[in-house]
Design a protein around this ligand. Structure first.
Ligand code: OXD
Length: 324
């Protein structure tokens, strides 16, 4: 079995951990690491299993013996949009890892907004002693667009701060008359996509954890920002293109939205010329809210490789038609 680990700049960190994870499970494999497209091109013709992140599109055409692709991250939109990836090859993504990480990111920013930490840092830098009244999360309405594995952990954390939590998800409205609670998911109300306006109407915070699919691309644009409660904040930890960035900028500049916290962007890296960088109510981070931990990924991959060889269902199997 030939395994290629590809991740620009960091595949070498994964190499010893993956080798060890496979050996521990009695799997005999030749494992190589690639960090540049040239290294991937050299390895792919003999690759049976690829453990990848950030592989330039088009290269899978060289992997004529490819049997399974494990994503190193949570999202698989880049893989699904790569026309060179053969249709029959199963794709899996890492599960069970990102929820607590992304939830801490979201809670940190929610608290920073309510407590106005920007102001605290600014005043301290200027040696200014002037009081203000901090806000509180208790009773604020948080709307989660996407209540998959990551969204559910965020919902649980938000409930422990006594926030009111609503979720937007596929199929939520099937078989019922209106939005209802789902206590198991820590949700006070759940809305289906056809109830989007209702979902948005009284949110203080919109937190987007959605994957990028044909249905979610530019789901949030001018129309939606006109329907959300005035002054609401948007936090995006899903995929940048779920938001129409131009519409977001306009909504913040006009004061319709309170601001935004953006860990993911329509174009990554965010171009230096983007106006978002210098907007006072915008926080930009470089896609770091849920970083993959090489040790966790190696172990997850080892388990899945054992399952693959034993003919058992793979963990994190992606439904290509749904797009996640
Ligand atoms: C992602 C990741 O999917 O960082 O965004 O894993």
């Amino acid at each position: 079995m030939d395994v290629l680990i590809y991740r620009p700049g960091t595949a070498h960190l994964y190499l010893p951990l993956v080798r060890e994870a496979l050996v521990r499970r009695g799997i005999d494999a030749r494992v190589t690491a690639g960090e540049t497209p040239a290294e991937a091109e050299a390895a792919l013709p003999s690759t049976g299993i690829a453990l990848v992140w950030g592989l330039p599109p088009g290269l899978f055409g060289r992997a004529t013996g490819l049997r399974w692709v494990q994503s190193i991250g949570a999202g698989v939109d880049a893989l699904l949009n790569d026309p060179s990836l053969p249709a029959g090859v199963p794709i899996t993504r890492v599960t069970g890892h990102f929820g607590p990480l992304v939830a801490e990111y979201v809670m940190a920013h929610l608290l920073a907004i309510e407590q106005d930490l920007r102001r605290a840092y600014r005043q301290q830098a200027g040696r200014v002693w002037a009081g203000w009244v901090p806000g509180h999360l208790r009773g604020r309405r948080l709307g989660l667009a996407g209540v998959g594995e990551i969204g559910r952990v965020i919902a649980g954390r938000a409930k422990s701060f006594e926030m009111v939590v609503a979720g937007l998800r596929r199929g939520a409205a099937e078989g019922r008359a209106g939005p209802g609670p789902e206590p198991d998911l820590h949700l006070d109300a759940v809305y289906g996509p056809e109830e989007l306006d209702h979902f948005l109407a009284d949110l203080d915070y919109l937190v987007i954890t959605l994957p990028l699919t044909a249905e979610t691309a530019h789901l949030f644009g001018r129309r939606e920002f006109e329907r959300i409660k005035p002054g609401a904040w948007v936090i995006n930890v899903g995929r940048g293109p779920t938001i129409d960035t131009e519409a977001l900028i306009t909504a913040i500049e006009s004061g319709r939205l309170g601001g935004a916290v953006l860990d993911v962007h329509e174009t990554e890296p965010l171009p230096p010329a983007s106006p978002l960088w210098s907007m006072p109510n915008v926080t930009i981070t470089p896609h770091i809210s849920g970083l993959s931990d090489p040790a966790f990924v190696a172990d997850f991959f080892g388990d899945n490789a054992r399952r693959y060889l034993d003919g058992l269902p793979l963990k994190g199997l992606v439904d290509r038609a749904r797009g996640y």
